[in-house]
Every structure is written in C-alpha cells, then in structure tokens.
Design a protein around this ligand. Structure first.
Ligand code: INI
Length: 158
C-alpha cells in the first residue's frame, strides 16, 4: 500500500496573516518586511488579510506573537527582526530570548509562526540576508508560514 504523504500547498488565498516587525535595525527590518509582504502577495494572500504590527525591538517580539496567536484572528504569524552582534553581550540575551519566546508562543498556541529574525555577527551579513547576496529571509518566512498553515490544517483535518 502506498504511504500517506502530507505536504503544504503554497496557496495563500483566504489566509489571515500577522507580521510582527521590530523597529531596531530598521534599515534591515524594513527590507525584511518588504520581502515578506511581496511573498504573501505573490502567494495569493489578500492585502486586506495582512496586519503589520511594529514593536521596538526583537525582545518585544515574543509577547507580541503570543498576543496575536491568542487573539484567534490569524492563521499564521511572521516575526521579523535583526539582532547584530556588534560589541555588546546584549546580543546573546536579545537573540536568545527572542528565539526561545517565539518558539514557546508557537508551541503554546499551535499557531504557525515563521522565524524571520536574523542573528548575525556583522551588519554586512544582515544586509546579505535582507535582499542582497543571500536572498531575503522575510520572503522565505512568508513562504514558510503559508506552507505550515497548510501542513497543520491537513494534520488537524480542518
Ligand atoms: N533589538 C534588536 O532587535 N536587535 C538588536 O541587535 C538589539 N541590540 O543589539 O540591542 C536590540 N535591542 C533592543 C531590544 O530588542 C529591546 O527593544 C530593548 O531592550 C527594550 O526592551
């Protein structure tokens, strides 16, 4: 007997998506947001079904994602930020807590959350991932959230 296979569709029509974006390092995060909105639009998500939430920094993303997920208003969430190491140990706290908290919010609510938070050693590495040499992680995050919404709906039979 052939096995059963579940694979997500990259069809965003009818999906309601929230994008939480950090203003810190906005030079980078504005580009991630552009990539994410482009990805959503090109996958068929209606502009009127997209909500963008701006927060001060990546530290604020977990509580924002949790509130968005708990509201029941969104099928999927994208979070965008840029944590750049620079000279300060602040990096480790902000990057670590953002990753952990966003993961916890997804696990607690079951709402798919795409992790579009760059954690890089240099500004150049962040630029590379925000529309230069290494693509745009915001665009990738849009594709991920649409795919995961579809995967989870199939598993849950909804
Ligand atoms: N926030 C970021 O999104 N990226 C960073 O690189 C960063 N650094 O390096 O400090 C950063 N800090 C701000 C933080 O996210 C909070 O907004 C702030 O601490 C207020 O709670």
């Amino acid at each position: 007997m052939p096995h059963t296979e579940i694979e997500g569709a990259l069809e965003g029509k009818g999906l309601r998506v929230a994008v939480a974006v950090a203003r810190f390092n906005s030079f980078i995060t504005d580009r991630l947001l552009g990539g994410a909105l482009d990805g959503l639009r090109r996958s068929g998500v209606a502009e009127t079904d997209v909500t963008v939430v701006r927060v001060p920094g990546s530290w604020e993303l977990p509580v924002t994602v949790k509130a968005l997920a708990e509201s029941g208003k969104y099928d999927g969430i994208i979070c965008l930020g840029a944590v750049i190491r620079g000279e300060t140990p602040h990096f480790d706290y902000v990057a670590g807590e953002a990753a952990k908290g966003i993961g916890q919010a997804m696990m607690a609510t079951g709402v798919p959350v795409a992790f579009g938070v760059l954690t890089t050693n240099t500004l150049e590495q962040a630029i590379d991932r925000a529309g230069a040499k290494s693509g745009n992680k915001g665009f990738d995050a849009a594709a991920t959230v649409i795919e995961m919404t579809s995967v989870l709906r199939q598993i849950r039979g909804t």
